[in-house]
Write a protein that binds this ligand. Structure first.
Ligand code: ZN
Length: 243
């Protein structure tokens, strides 16, 4: 008999130890700064070249692209290497699960990735470094080299829909898993919040690892408040030994 599927939903809190602040959450930097929020809002971005110029400067200075995975990201990859079936559903766009060694095919990025750019017209994608290099070389609003379309980060901006295929797969994994661990997520933003509810409805063992209380703590089998960098490795080692 195979080991039960473990689903790990990760939010901004898992990357705090890597020096990446919470941008997107209910109390995140963007929500507290309306001018910054415009830079990541689709309608403003597409309609205003000045917003795009400022967005590219923000991306150029974005330290998240230089960030390194931390003990929590490594613990997830380590669990996967023991042979336990693991899927990661992440709200983060930093790519740190992949850098820690978790296979990309086992990761669903609900909000896309800041490590790639995408053309808003022909949907061609490429490494973010390539677009940043063009900005550094003097193009303040680099356009698609294939079709001349507006380029953006491959993240889901405010005002954009989540990819329905990614979301559908996240729900399927959540329904199928036996253990669902929500780590570093406030569980106040959809779809993450809904997924925790789906996991509980389908009888998964729900474990919440977060510094602050979440609306799903009452439904959880286990709530862990210790720092993620210590708590998650311990928790996942125990799971690996149980499986
Ligand atoms: Zn294009």
């Amino acid at each position: 008999m195979g080991s039960p599927l473990v689903a790990i939903l990760s939010g901004a809190g898992i990357s705090t130890d890597s020096g990446i602040p919470d941008y997107r959450g209910p109390n995140g930097l963007w929500r507290r700064n309306p001018e910054a929020e415009k830079l990541v809002t689709y309608e403003y971005y597409m309609g205003d070249p000045e917003i795009r110029r400022r967005s590219w400067q923000m991306r150029r200075q974005n330290r998240a692209l230089q960030a390194e995975p931390n003990a929590a990201h490594r613990a997830v990859a380590d669990l996967e290497r023991t042979g336990v079936p693991v899927r990661v559903i992440t709200q983060n766009v930093d790519g740190l699960h992949q850098l820690a060694g978790m296979p990309a095919r086992k990761i669903l990025e609900l909000h896309g990735t800041a490590r790639s750019f995408v053309c808003t017209t022909c949907h061609k994608r490429g490494p973010m470094e390539d677009a940043i290099a063009r900005v550094e070389a003097g193009e303040d609003d680099p356009l698609c080299l294939d079709c001349g379309g507006i380029l953006k980060s491959a993240t889901v901006m405010f005002g954009e829909r989540l990819d329905p295929a990614v979301l559908g797969e996240a729900v399927a994994i959540t329904k199928a898993c036996r253990v669902f661990i929500a780590v570093g997520s406030s569980l106040q933003v959809q779809p993450a919040a809904g997924l925790a509810g789906v996991a509980a409805d389908h009888g998964a063992r729900l474990i919440i690892v977060n510094a602050e209380p979440t609306p799903y703590d009452d439904r959880a089998d286990e709530v862990v408040r210790e720092p993620i960098g210590i708590a998650l490795p311990t928790l996942l080692r125990t799971l690996g030994e149980e499986s």
